[in-house]
Each structure stands twice: as structure tokens, then as C-alpha cells.
Design a protein around this ligand. Structure first.
Ligand code: SF4
Ligand code: SF4
Length: 525
């Protein structure tokens, strides 16, 4: 069949891209069927022709209900495993403990809003280190671009929370109401006691999952075991209950009711992804070079025995029936396809049953379809300029972040000049005021000695600091805390060379000698 179909399509392929080619092949296969089965002519053409979306008609169409069928296979198994990992991490991570000493929280991952800290295992980030989050976001974006360049919307199909929770909700629905046929029947059936019982059970289970999802979210913001106790004894803050309520509703509504509508209409990623992808990315692709002209199995057997071309696709619609977004992948790449691979499993099962080679639908690309039609071998290039660039930028950003993390200081010092007034004249010279903030990122108290530099004969005083044996100001800072002091620096008029001089303040840890330096200006008349 492939050899018979190839020459005609190949000539066109040189003038037109594979998508055009695919459309033509579908039209031709549709036309072939029309000729063979007059009774089905109009119906088949309509079902096959995606140009129908451009027809005049109402601008609003209500969403068609989708009843995805259960499927077994490689990609379904992979999705189960990833689903368990994603949900397991999300639900149980707040309960993982991490010893940071007696004064620090013991939760491995914690967003401590009250103390403006973020804890991630051995990493503790302060508000002034927010640039690490910027770096993380850049890394996450690049990872998404890279996965897109390699395997298309693999994020959407396997990792996106909308996909994961929708999949979980579909599993519950299937468990309560049955597989596709049963659910279609139930949906169309009048409201009997059995239908009410099934629907109520399903929605209660959905709400329970949604509630636990919202509950797990707030556990990232407080000590999880304590918060769980407080939530059940109604001793928790009202904010915790409100957030659980909001997230219960959004999870229930988005995963239970909106489902594929989120991917089709709300999520920006499919649009961005379409602009970022290239022709070599491996996307879930219907191999029209093998599948067309599609026809019934009986007809295909008959045609093959007569030496006529017959595609492997038996038009059983199984690939469409299992699709969670209701896409017919045989119409080519579409925005609705989240690349979950379930249609591959469905089609593989059909191919195995009819004794034809599997992977009529597979992770592939249009370039390879065109190559096969030209009689060439497919080419899979994971290493290409685009992927190398993404990996290179990720390595640079990751390297910088790692260097920063491993060399980050455990203390901080910042200065703010008192501006009203900028300076005052006193009997022994000119005085400037500063607000100094010391940060101690350790879990033990620390003492810092302060030295002033840059202004000749300047003397520093502060009521909040002690004076050391060597005359330096000593500031004590509690564990994992900051300490603010008012500093007054006085210098003789004669030592000022202009109306503003650079001044430095250097803090030195009396224990380990770690230092931090800040600079500002010393103003005079
Ligand atoms: S067409 Fe296939 S890969 Fe795409 S969403 Fe549907 S089942 Fe998943
Ligand atoms: S499951 Fe395979 S054989 Fe059946 S309609 Fe889809 S592509 Fe064709």
C-alpha cells in the first residue's frame, strides 16, 4: 500500500508541506469511501473534513460532552506512574521533616510567611534573596522549552496539574459510573434513583479529593502536623479555612467540570508552545503514510488481496474514544491535543488485534512522514541547535545559581542614610545619622564588630550597640533574625574635603571572622 500511495503523494509533497499532504490524503480516502459506499457519502466527508470549522454558522457552540474510554498500554502505565509520583509528592511533602536545629522549623519544605522565610530542605531563603526564585522560574521555563523541542507538549500530557487532577477525577468517574458506554447511557437516561445515587457518590468523592488538595496546599505554609490537628479541632486561623475552601472549589470545578476546556480555552501554553516548536519535535502523530486510505478491515483485506492500496487505519475511532480532549489525531496536529499518548495505546491494541504493526499513531513528526513517503528512512535528531542552546543556557543559569548558593554569606548588612536632616553641625564637627540593619542567618546568636572607614577621624556611636575592649561597636543579633540600630557618625569639619564623602561600614563576626561591607555618603556643609 505504501508503495502504491507514495508516488502520487510524493509529487505533491515537493510542492506542499506534510499537513497539506495529510489533508489531501484524507480527502482522497474519503472520496474513495464515498465512491464505494454511497450511503455513507455525506456523513464521512463531513466527519473527515476539518474545513467545516470555517463554515458560516453561530459564533457560539456549547461544549460537546466527552466520555473518554478506559485504555491500557505503555503510555497509560507511564501516566499512572507519573500521576502517583506527582500526587504523592504534592500530598505528602509537607509531612517530610528536616532537622535545622532547635530554633528553626523542622519542615523540609515550608513557606514561613510570618517570618518571611522559605525553607527547602537544606536551603533557607530570605526575602532579599528573591532572585533565586527568578533563577528557578528561568530554569523552569527553559526546561519547558527544552521538553517542547524534544517531545512537544509532554508537560501537558503527563505533568500539568490540570491533566493530573482531571485524570484522577476521570478515574473516579469511571469507577462509579462505568466506562464510556455506561457513562453515555447514564448521561442520557432520565433521573432515576440509580442515576442520582451514582452522581451523588461521584460528586462527593470529587469534593473529598478537592478538599484534600486544598488542605494539602495550606500545609506548605505552616507546620503540617500541627496545622492538621488545628484544622480538625477548629483552632486554625480563618485564613486557612478560606484558602482550603477556595482551592477545594477551584480543584472541583476545573478538574471535575471544566476539564479539557481549560486546555482549549484558558491555558496560554498551547498558543505559546505552537510558536516555540519546530518540525523535528516528536509529537503524537498519525502516520498517514501507513494509515491512508483508511477503510474497514474487511475492505482492506479484500483490497490487499487484489493488489490495491489499503491503509492500516480501520476507522474504528478507538483513538478518538480514549482521547481526554476529544481530538481526532488523524486530522493532524491540533491545539486540543495534550500529547498524552493514550491514542497510541488504543491504536496499538487495535493493530495487535488485526495483526498489523503497532505505532500507526506514535511520537513522530511530519518531516518523517514526508521522508517515508519519499522512501527514505525516518530521522530522529534530539541533539540540534535549538536543544543545545536550551541546555547551554540552563547550564549557565543553573551554574550561577549553584555558585551563589554554595557561596552565599550567612550574614547581611544594609544601610539607610537619615535624610531629615542630611547632617547636623555639632560643637566638635559634623554629624550624620544612619540606620544599619544586621542579619544573622545562623541558628545561633552572633556578635558583630563595626568599623567605619573613608572619613578621616570619624567617630561612631550607637545606643543599641555595646563597646568592645578595642573601642569598636559590638552588635548582638539573635539566631535567624535581624537587628536594626541607629548609628551616628561625627567627623571634624577640617577632615571633610567637600560637601559629601564616601563612607564605609564593615561588620565582622567576632566568632568566625565573616565580614560584610556597605557604603554610603557622609554629608557636610
Ligand atoms: S489526540 Fe491522543 S495524544 Fe492527543 S490528547 Fe488525544 S489521546 Fe492524547
Ligand atoms: S485507533 Fe487506529 S485504526 Fe482505529 S481509527 Fe484510530 S488510527 Fe485508525
Amino acid at each position: 500500500m505504501e508503495r502504491a500511495l507514495a508516488p502520487a503523494l510524493l509529487r505533491r509533497d515537493r510542492r506542499e508541506g506534510p499537513h497539506k499532504l495529510q489533508q489531501r490524503a484524507r480527502d482522497e480516502s474519503g472520496a474513495a469511501r464515498n465512491a464505494a459506499e454511497p450511503g455513507m457519502t455525506q456523513l464521512d466527508l463531513k466527519a473527515d473534513d476539518h474545513r467545516e470549522v470555517y463554515d458560516d454558522g453561530p459564533l457560539y457552540a456549547s461544549a460537546a460532552k466527552i466520555f473518554p474510554q478506559k485504555v491500557k498500554g505503555t503510555f497509560r502505565r507511564l501516566k499512572w506512574r507519573l500521576l502517583l509520583v506527582c500526587l504523592g509528592v504534592y500530598y505528602f511533602l509537607p509531612f517530610v521533616r528536616w532537622d535545622r536545629g532547635p530554633t528553626e522549623p523542622h519542615q523540609a519544605v515550608l513557606v514561613d510567611l510570618a517570618h518571611s522565610r522559605f525553607y527547602f530542605f537544606f536551603i533557607e531563603l530570605w526575602p532579599q534573596e528573591v532572585y533565586y526564585f527568578t533563577g528557578l522560574l528561568i530554569l523552569a521555563s527553559l526546561a519547558l522549552f527544552l521538553s517542547n523541542a524534544l517531545f512537544g507538549r509532554v508537560w501537558c500530557g503527563y505533568f500539568c496539574p490540570q491533566t493530573v487532577w482531571t485524570d484522577l477525577f476521570y478515574t473516579v468517574e469511571r469507577w462509579v459510573e462505568g466506562d464510556r458506554r455506561d457513562r453515555i447511557k447514564l448521561d442520557a437516561a432520565p433521573w432515576t434513583a440509580d442515576k442520582i445515587r451514582k452522581r451523588v457518590t461521584k460528586h462527593i468523592l470529587w469534593l473529598l479529593i478537592a478538599w484534600w488538595t486544598g488542605g494539602a496546599f495550606v500545609l506548605y505554609f505552616a507546620d503540617a502536623p500541627t496545622l492538621v490537628r488545628e484544622l480538625f479541632t477548629f483552632q486554625s486561623s480563618i485564613a486557612a479555612y478560606v484558602w482550603i475552601g477556595i482551592l477545594t472549589f477551584t480543584t472541583y470545578y476545573l478538574a471535575g467540570h471544566m476539564r479539557e476546556q481549560v486546555c482549549l480555552y484558558m491555558c496560554p501554553w498551547p498558543r505559546i508552545q505552537a510558536a516555540l516548536t519546530d518540525t523535528e519535535a516528536l509529537n503524537v502523530t498519525y502516520r498517514l503514510d501507513r494509515g491512508e486510505p483508511r477503510m474497514s478491515l474487511k475492505e482492506a483485506v479484500h483490497k490487499r488481496s487484489a493488489g490495491q492500496p489499503a491503509g492500516d487505519c480501520v476507522d474504528c475511532n478507538q483513538c478518538v474514544n480514549v482521547c481526554p480532549t476529544g481530538v481526532d489525531i488523524r486530522k493532524g496536529a491540533q491545539l486540543g491535543c495534550i500529547q498524552c499518548g493514550l491514542c497510541i495505546d488504543a491504536c496499538d491494541a487495535v493493530m495487535t488485534k488485526i495483526n498489523r504493526p503497532t505505532r500507526l499513531i506514535s511520537y513522530d513528526n511530519d518531516d518523517n512522514i514526508a521522508r517515508r513517503l519519499r522512501g527514505e528512512a525516518p530521522v530522529y535528531r534530539l541533539v540540534r541547535s535549538r536543544t543545545v542552546l536550551y541546555v547551554g543556557v540552563m547550564a549557565i543559569v543553573g551554574g550561577i545559581m549553584l555558585y551563589q548558593l554554595t557561596h552565599r554569606t550567612q550574614m547581611g548588612l544594609s544601610v539607610l542614610h537619615v535624610r531629615a536632616p542630611m547632617y547636623t553641625t555639632v560643637k566638635d564637627g559634623v554629624r550624620n545619622g544612619y540606620t544599619l540593619r544586621f542579619a544573622n542567618k545562623w541558628s545561633e546568636p552572633r556578635k558583630f564588630a563595626l568599623e567605619i572607614g573613608g572619613v578621616k577621624d570619624a567617630v561612631a556611636k550607637s545606643e543599641e550597640a555595646d563597646i568592645g575592649a578595642d573601642g569598636r561597636l559590638i552588635v548582638t543579633v539573635d539566631p535567624d533574625a535581624t537587628e536594626e540600630i541607629q548609628l551616628y557618625v561625627t567627623a571634624p569639619r577640617a577632615s571633610l574635603t567637600g560637601s559629601g564623602e564616601a563612607i564605609t561600614m564593615k561588620a565582622t563576626d567576632l566568632g568566625d571572622g565573616e565580614t560584610a561591607v556597605v557604603s554610603d555618603h557622609f554629608f557636610g556643609p
